[in-house]
Design a protein around this ligand. Structure first.
Ligand code: ADP
Ligand code: ASP
Ligand code: MG
Length: 423
């Protein structure tokens, strides 16, 4: 059994949908097709949720545009206006309009409810487009299978419940159907709320199915030929990495290589299921195999840029940076759900490079300031070079002034200041 995942980078136009259909048609045996929202739909839906929360009536116009974009794309593939695909699409957008009019009670829950519709509508379209081409498939609502907690926007999977439901539901279906189509990124809490697994989470959904069903392999089809030694959209000199170990993949995704969601690796590693990252439009190329592999003898340097960071330096007002202080600061960040990407300490201060918490930053600084002096630089980027060699930084443009540098045997990292500094 195979798990195929198609993301928004490829499911965004007619060519992408046709290439997806050609790819799934050519597979033998049972396959689960996990799809993301088309193109940048999730960004647009998050914006609709934000506007609704602010009671901005332009939310309806934004929603109208998303609806029309989907309809226009489908018309090019299924011109018959009475086809069931149109009722499916209208049902989802009608529901969205209704929940916007009702005005949300809880912002986070509402955002997940709205964002989930991107995957719901794309899966309805993929299901019908495939069926229309004679590729029989069964559409599953993943929320009936993927059980999470109520941590909206970054929900955690309840593995025992999810495993039981996936097995109970998918195994009998595979006796009648070769292909199941379902949504990435979304789930449902035990209380019945729609949740999401965090942005870019569809790769992780594919890994969940792969793990539970002990798949032969999981293939993520992308708009790039595979995992490369830098983002090819930023650096034209990037080369394909044909094979990397799970460990290397985990490191690269942790540093910010956005080609695969970091949570994808662990479940597949646990069952030693191969993960292939391949280009949908470059089928002649076998892409990148991620598996249990020995470390390479002479690995090429890999460049990873993680944007939207803040550099915070924290100095205790009593000038004593003891372990107690360190523990306190870490606990505080953990309570605030802030992701720490790099830490460096000195006698009197400790610096953290964290994901930019957006408008929450002011509140976070306010809460810590009574005990600590806090300095911050924003926006900054974290640039990581893994397997660095002498002269690598001059080969890869850092793009700003270096504020902090850290080296280990395999990795060098730079916190780089972007144009504006309000610290
Ligand atoms: P999906 O549609 O599956 O969600 P993503 O957009 O999340 O795909 O991931 C593919 C993108 O990742 C590429 O378009 C590329 O710009 C970016 N990317 C970042 N780092 C790398 C890398 N090291 N190798 C390949 N692609 C990368
Ligand atoms: N559609 C979601 C997002 O854009 C999930 C994904 O694409 O993986 O974040
Ligand atoms: Mg993605």
């Amino acid at each position: 059994m195979l798990v195929f995942k198609f993301g928004g980078s490829v499911l965004k136009d007619v060519a992408g949908l046709q290439a997806m259909a050609g790819t799934v048609r050519n597979t033998d045996g049972p396959v689960i097709v996990v799809v993301s929202a088309f193109g940048k739909t999730t960004d647009a839906l998050e914006e609709v949720a934000r506007l609704t929360w602010k009671k901005d009536p332009t939310a309806f116009n934004r929603l109208g545009k998303i609806r029309n974009d989907h309809l226009e794309l489908v018309r090019q593939l299924i011109p018959d206006g009475s086809h069931a695909v149109y009722a499916g699409i209208e049902g989802i957008f009608g529901y969205l309009e209704k929940i916007i009019k009702d005005y949300p009670a809880d912002r986070e829950a509402f955002t997940d409810e709205v964002a989930s519709c991107g995957e719901l509508v794309s899966s309805v379209i993929v299901h019908h487009v495939l069926a229309n081409l004679g590729i029989r498939n069964h559409l599953l609502d993943v929320r009936d299978l993927l059980v999470t907690d109520n941590l909206f926007r970054a929900a955690r999977v309840n593995w025992p419940e999810t495993s039981a439901k996936i097995q109970e539901r998918c195994m009998p279906l595979f006796e009648k159907q070769r292909m199941l189509v379902t949504q990435g990124y979304i789930g449902r809490s035990q209380e019945g709320n729609t949740t999401t697994l965090g942005r870019e989470g569809s790769d992780f959904t594919a890994a969940i199915f792969g793990y539970v069903l002990n798949a032969g392999m999981v293939v993520c089809w992308k708009d790039v030929p595979g995992v490369m030694n830098a983002d090819p959209k930023e650096w034209p000199g990037a080369v394909l990495l044909p094979k990397i170990s799970y460990q290397e993949a985990a490191e690269l995704t942790w540093y910010g290589a956005k080609v695969i969601h970091p949570r994808t690796i662990k479940p597949l590693h646990n069952r030693q299921i191969p993960l292939i990252v391949r280009g949908l439009h470059t089928p002649e190329n076998e892409g990148t195999l991620i598996h249990l592999l020995p470390e390479l003898e002479n690995p090429v340097p890999v460049y990873v840029r993680k944007p939207h960071q803040v550099l915070l330096s924290v100095v205790p007002r009593d000038y004593s940076f003891t372990n107690d202080h360190l523990q306190k600061v870490f606990r505080f960040f953990s309570r605030m759900r802030m992701r720490i990407n790099l830490v460096q300490n000195s006698a009197l201060s400790v610096s953290f490079c964290i994901d930019d918490p957006g408008e929450r930053l002011a509140e976070i600084l306010y809460q810590i300031q009574h005990e600590y002096e806090v300095y911050h630089n924003r926006p900054v980027e974290l640039v990581t070079i893994r397997h660095y060699r002498a002269g690598d930084t001059s080969a890869y443009p850092l793009g700003g002034k270096i504020l902090l540098e850290q080296r280990t045997r395999l990795t060098v990292q730079y916190v780089v200041e972007k144009q504006r500094n309000d610290g």
